[in-house]
Structure formats: C-alpha cells, structure tokens
Write a protein that binds this ligand. Structure first.
Ligand code: ADP
Ligand code: ZN
Length: 442
C-alpha cells in the first residue's frame, strides 16, 4: 500500500505565482541592500565607488545597478571583512575547500542556519522524503557544508537521520542494511562507489530499502545518474549550492529531473556574460550570479559563482514556480573539482615553488570506477636527476604530503626528467582532464 507523499515542504513559497515571487524579492532586496550598506564597510566602499546608494534600489529591476562581488573579494575580506552582524550573533562557521593559502569562511546566525536547513528540507521533500524515512547522510561533516546541510534538512523533515559522514564504506553498507536506510545523501561519486561495492558483495538492488538519493557538490552526468539509479535501485536527485551562499540547497531537483529549482524566495539568480559582465536574458548560457535576500551574518549581493549554466522559466509539472537552472555546464575560471574538493592550479604552483621546484608541471585527472584520479607530473631539478630511485620516491612522498596539506587531498606525484614535459607554444597546457571523455562538464 502506498502512502500519500507530501509534495512540498513550504508550498506557500514553492508554488507561489511568479509575479508574487518578483514582488517578494523586490521587498526583500530593498531591505537587504540597506542592511548590507549600513553594516558592511567593504560593501559600502564598493557601492560608493560605483555611485550607488541604497535608495537607488527600489526592486529587482534595479539589481543591475549594484556592483558584483567575487571570490577574490571574499579572500581579501577574510576572515571578518564581510560579516554584517556582531560575531556574538553568529552560531556557526563553514568553509570552502582550501584556496591559495586563505580559505573562504562563511558565518551563520541561527536564523541563517534555519533557512538553509529549510532549503535542504525542500530538496528532500521534492525527492519524496517524509518522516517515515531513514536518511543516511554520508556527505562529510565538519567545515564542509554537505553534511551539516542535509543533516539539518533531514531533521526538519522529521526523518530518522543517520549522521554517517563520508568514508568507511563497509560500515556505511552495514548500517544501510541493518537500519533499513531509505534515503542516501552524498556526492554522486561516492554514491556510485557504494553502488559498485554493493554489487561486488553480491547484493542486488532490491536487497536494500533505498528509494531516493540526494547527490551534489560536484559535476556528474546523466549516464552516471542512470548507473547509480540502476545499481542502487533508487531515483537520484541533483542538489546545488555553495558555501558562500549557505551550502547545498540553493537549488534542487524535483521529480521531473529536468534542472534544479532555485529557492527564489531566498536568492535571486542572474546570468551574465563572464567577460563583459552584461546581464543576459533568461535562456542564455552564462555565468550564474546570486544575490542573497535573507542572510543576516554573511549576505552577498551579486556574487559571481563562476559556474556556467542556463536558467529556465518554463512551467514545471511538479507545480513549483521557482526558476530552474541546468547543471553547471562548466566554470569560467580554472578551478577543478577533484573528489568534491575545489583545487586551483595556483595552489599547486605555490607548493612546487615552496618545495624548490620550478613550475613545470602537468595535472592529469581522470575518473576510474567512479572515483577521481589525480596525478601531477613534475620535472625534477637537473641536479636531482642522478638521484637513485629510492631518493626520488622519498622526494615524491614529501611533495605529496605538502600537496595534501595545501589541497586537502593527495595527488600521486611523478617526478620526471628535466625538460620532459612538452612546452606549449601558446598557453601552457597544465590540466589534462580526461573526465571530459565521460561527458562530465568540468
Ligand atoms: P559545496 O559545499 O556545496 O561543495 P563549495 O563552496 O565547496 O560548496 O563548492 C561549490 C561549487 O561546487 C559550486 O560553485 C559548483 O561549481 C560545485 N557544485 C555544487 N553542487 C553541484 C552540482 N550539483 N553539480 C555540479 N557542480 C556543483
Ligand atoms: Zn519541478
């Protein structure tokens, strides 16, 4: 017998007529801009420089008058420069994976946490999750937003929450089987890995009680979705977000699985040309820009995500009226996402130079058995070339551990003979991302 599923977590917002969404956004925007101008000196300077005053912003149609804010600003303002409230009103900090030395940290008041968790609860509800479910959260817990976000969302929905965090696949499977998990939340690559491990152990998809999965934080393909759905016997839903804006749940997929609904009562989405910064009409491909509407601790106006995507206002059969975004179709900067961790080539260069190497290197990324592989070829210094293999292995290990400290993940290091990496005549080809052959839009 089938129980009637609750379709929306907050129908009053999720199915609001589009005109009302625009009205709500306008009212909130006017307030948020004033709040930011009055409380964040960094923003006040940016706005003054552009000659915009809070009074100039009367609604969403004036959004384009505001200056953009970029990741570099967040690094420059690290750690407290963009904080809009007294630190004593904040209850949480999260952080993105390492960047060149400085991480980006985001602050949350209790209200910020509540709204974020509600966004995750909307995503879970859209995937058919109710208080009858057992929700296994195997996103990482800690500074990373994945674990905390879905954990909070699962609580709001009233599901029985299993705060597993990532890793220890044996234990994940044991709990999944013994405690009858019905929902799995993790990165798509980890979901695929769990699916394969189950298969290797001789389990059939019908042996588990899973019905849905909420997978995000990294790019994945429709092929991968089909594999995961087949191996686990579930329906797999995408979820999008970024730490700067709260974390996962900025946008989420419904049963249509045709793009992710942006939580428009909390965020305004725009698409711009990343080179000219011109706002493009809905339906164009460009860089996604977000403005937060309700954030108290760490509000962001026109934040450039660097994610390239397309928005659509097309009516969705699920009844939600929120605009939909495609999966990110690429990035407008050189950031790589490897095993869910953001990696910049500049970080790798910094480590090489600090360890006494020249910046002649090549990064090779691939995906084997649904797990990202990460190799770095580095040219040895000429004076080291005669070293015996043992010494070279030792140097590789040392460099690997320095990389791990900087990046949070371990690449395989290969020290090669001097001048063995082909010099390019134009732009150096530093990154060979073989995941593209699998159709993954990196
Ligand atoms: P998170 O904690 O959600 O991983 P980060 O701030 O570390 O947040 O990284 C955010 C970036 O991760 C996004 O800008 C985007 O490039 C990528 N990302 C997040 N969710 C998805 C998704 N569902 N599909 C593709 N890329 C995603
Ligand atoms: Zn929908």
């Amino acid at each position: 017998m089938e129980t009637k599923e609750k379709r929306y977590f907050q129908p009053e917002y999720e199915t609001m007529p589009v005109e009302n969404i625009k009205k709500l956004q306008s009212e909130k925007l006017v307030k948020q801009v004033k709040y930011v101008y009055e409380n964040v000196a960094y923003y006040r300077e940016l706005m003054d420089k552009k000659g915009v005053k809070p009074e100039d912003i009367k609604g969403v149609d004036d959004l384009h008058k505001l200056p953009f804010i970029k990741k570099d600003d967040l690094r420059e303002a690290y750690p407290y420069g963009l904080l809009a409230t007294d630190i004593k009103n904040c209850v949480r900090i999260h952080s993105t994976s390492g960047t060149t030395g400085k991480r980006v940290v985001a602050f949350y008041t209790q209200n910020d946490v509540d709204l974020w968790e509600e966004c995750c609860a909307r995503a879970l509800t859209a995937a058919g999750v109710t208080n009858d479910d057992v929700c296994q959260v195997c996103y990482g817990y800690g500074l990373f937003t994945g674990g905390a976000g879905l954990h909070g969302g699962s609580h709001k929905v009233g599901s029985l929450t299993l705060p597993m965090s990532s890793g220890n696949t044996e234990r994940q499977i044991q709990f999944m089987m013994d405690l009858n998990s019905t929902v799995l939340c993790c990165t798509p690559s980890y979901a695929a890995y769990i699916g394969e491990t189950l298969k290797e152990k001789g389990y059939k998809p019908e042996d588990n009680k899973l019905k849905a999965g909420i997978f995000g934080a990294e790019p994945w393909t429709e092929e991968m979705r089909r594999d995961i759905e087949k191996n686990l016997g579930i329906k797999a839903y995408d979820i999008y977000g970024l730490t700067e804006l709260s974390g996962p749940g900025v946008a989420f997929e419904c049963e249509e699985q045709k793009g992710m609904h942006v939580n428009e009562d909390h965020f305004i989405a725009e698409i711009i040309d990343p080179n000219t910064e011109e706002v493009l009409p809905v339906g164009s491909k460009g860089e996604l820009v977000f403005t937060s509407l309700d954030k108290e601790a760490f509000p962001l106006l026109r934040y450039r995500t660097r994610d390239i995507c397309i928005l659509s206002r097309e009516k969705c059969s699920c009844g939600r009226t929120f605009i939909r975004m495609t999966k990110p179709l690429g990035r407008s900067d050189d950031m790589m996402i490897i095993r869910g961790v953001n990696v910049f080539p500049s970080q790798i260069e910094t480590v090489l130079l600090n360890c006494g190497y020249a910046a002649n290197y090549q990064i090779i990324i691939d995906r084997v058995n649904n797990t990202d592989t990460f190799d770095i070829n580095v040219e040895m210094n000429p004076e080291d070339f005669a070293d015996i293999p043992n010494v070279i292995t030792g140097k590789e290990k040392k460099l690997q551990s320095a990389m791990k400290t900087m990046l949070g993940i371990s690449p395989k290091i290969h020290l090669l003979a001097p001048k063995s990496i082909t010099r390019s005549e134009g732009k150096a080809v530093r990154i060979i991302d073989n995941r593209k052959r699998l159709g993954i839009n990196i």
